[in-house]
Design a protein around this ligand. Structure first.
Ligand code: NAD
Length: 261
């Protein structure tokens, strides 16, 4: 299956799951707008490697998508440099862990801004052109925490449940326009976001990271395995295919059985 001629915007694609998704979409032939933070030279090297390896156009814009203006600037830059967005992947996200009574207000605002509001602003910005073309794919990277809760993650769980709801609304509104909207709900994926949690846990318990890795998986997943960014990328590419044209409004788990319990 090919996405040649399609333009894909993947937020938070300088690392982890977003980078895996960008690679999968580039392999399928899409032009890619990368976004995210990090060292400028490392990002440029990722961008040029992706373009060279798969022979597609790859651009980068470091807009902060936790604010509406940043999202609008990113979508406008994508339209200017690559063309109208055909595939939107809302992936950028952050985490913070603390009980509600100690949860800092600014962490609540930041997580809701990036993990939830960014998807509202980006969908709002790309939907008109998708409707005009009569084709589009919107994929929101939610989480198992979009379906079930854990203690100490109030902002993250609220944002991820919210993005699942927004996905359903968008799917209903676009059902007659050739545009599908779905959420992907991964379990544990070993990325910097989870590595930071593992480091905190190892420091608190005084054990080694590898022990905390086993504990983390055992606490939530019947299957003691991390999902890979590549597997999530493959799921995104499938959702972009014609065969997936009636999958819409779904919250698709890829979580080692986490939410089956
Ligand atoms: P990560 O920390 O590896 O990557 C996050 C990406 O977002 C990076 O590219 C970072 O630069 C970018 N980013 C951060 N703040 C940004 C901002 N304000 N504007 C633009 N970009 C910004 O994390 P990850 O684990 O790859 O997470 C990606 C998504 O997957 C998140 O939405 C996360 O909630 C979700 N998720 C992760 C897991 C997991 O186990 N890792 C599980 C379920 C869902």
């Amino acid at each position: 299956m090919t996405l040649e001629g399609k333009v894909a915007l993947v937020t938070g694609s300088t690392s982890g799951i977003g980078l895996g998704i960008a690679r999968s979409l580039a392999r399928a032939g899409a032009s890619i707008m990368m976004n995210g933070f990090g060292d400028a030279d490392e990002i440029e090297s990722l961008r040029s490697q992706l373009a060279e390896e798969f022979g597609v156009s790859v651009a980068f814009d470091g807009a902060d998508v936790s604010r509406g203006e940043g999202v609008n600037r990113l979508v406008a830059a994508t339209n200017d440099v690559l063309g109208d967005v055909d595939v939107l992947v809302n992936n950028a996200g952050i985490q913070f862990v603390a009980p509600i009574e100690e949860f800092p207000d600014d962490r609540w605002e930041a997580i809701i801004g990036l993990n939830l509001s960014a998807a509202f602003y980006s969908m709002k910005a790309v939907i008109p052109a998708m409707k005009t073309k009569g084709w589009g794919r919107i994929i929101n990277v939610a989480s198992a925490h979009g379906l079930v809760a854990s203690p100490d993650k109030v902002a993250y769980v609220a944002a991820k449940h919210g993005i699942v709801g927004a996905t359903k609304v968008a799917a209903l509104e676009l059902a007659h326009h050739g545009v599908t909207v779905n959420a992907i709900c991964p379990g544990w994926v070993l990325t910097p976001l989870v590595e930071r949690q593992l480091l905190d846990r190892a420091q608190q318990s005084g054990t080694e990271i590898v022990i905390e890795m086993e504990r983390l998986l055992a606490e939530k997943q019947p299957m003691p395995k991390f999902t890979t960014p590549e597997s999530i990328g493959a799921m995104v590419v499938f959702l972009c295919s014609n065969e997936a044209e009636t999958i819409t409004g779904a919250a698709l788990s890829i979580d080692g059985g986490w939410t089956a319990q």
